[in-house]
Design a protein. Structure first.
Length: 117
C-alpha cells in the first residue's frame, strides 16, 4: 500500500496530451471498497467550469466511486459543449470501469470538441 493506493483504491496516471510538455496530466482514482460519503469544496466564482458544475451535482448524491483529475488547462466558459464533454468523460470512464452509473468527480479540464478515446 502507498499514499496513492490506499487499501480498497486503485490509481493510475498518464500523459494524455493536455500539457504541451508531454508530462503526465491525467489521473484516475477508483474506490473498489464499499461506498463512502463524499464532500467537496468548490470555487465561489460565479463562472464555474463544466467539471465543477458536474461534480457539484455528483457530490449532492453523496457517493463517488471514481475521480478523474487532470492538469494542463482550464475548462471554464466552454458553454454547453464543455458540459457535454464533461458528461462524455464520465460516461466513457464509467463504461471502462463497468460502473452501473457515472458516479464520478471530474476535476476541471481543458474542453475538447471530440469525446475522449
Amino acid at each position: 500500500m502507498t499514499v496513492t493506493t490506499p487499501r480498497g483504491f486503485r490509481a493510475a496516471g498518464v500523459a494524455a496530451g493536455l500539457k504541451t510538455s508531454g508530462a503526465a496530466d491525467l489521473a484516475l482514482v477508483v474506490n473498489d471498497g464499499p461506498d463512502a460519503g463524499i464532500a467537496g469544496v468548490f470555487t465561489a466564482n460565479r463562472v464555474k467550469a463544466a467539471p465543477v458544475l458536474w461534480t457539484q451535482q455528483v457530490v449532492r448524491g453523496g457517493v463517488v466511486r471514481a475521480v478523474v483529475l487532470n492538469s494542463g488547462g482550464a475548462n471554464a466558459c466552454t458553454g454547453p459543449a464543455g458540459f457535454q464533454d464533461t458528461h462524455a468523460t464520465a460516461e466513457h470512464t464509467a463504461a471502462a470501469l463497468t460502473s452501473v452509473s457515472p458516479r464520478l468527480m471530474l476535476a476541471p479540464a481543458r474542453s475538447r470538441s471530440a469525446p475522449p478515446a
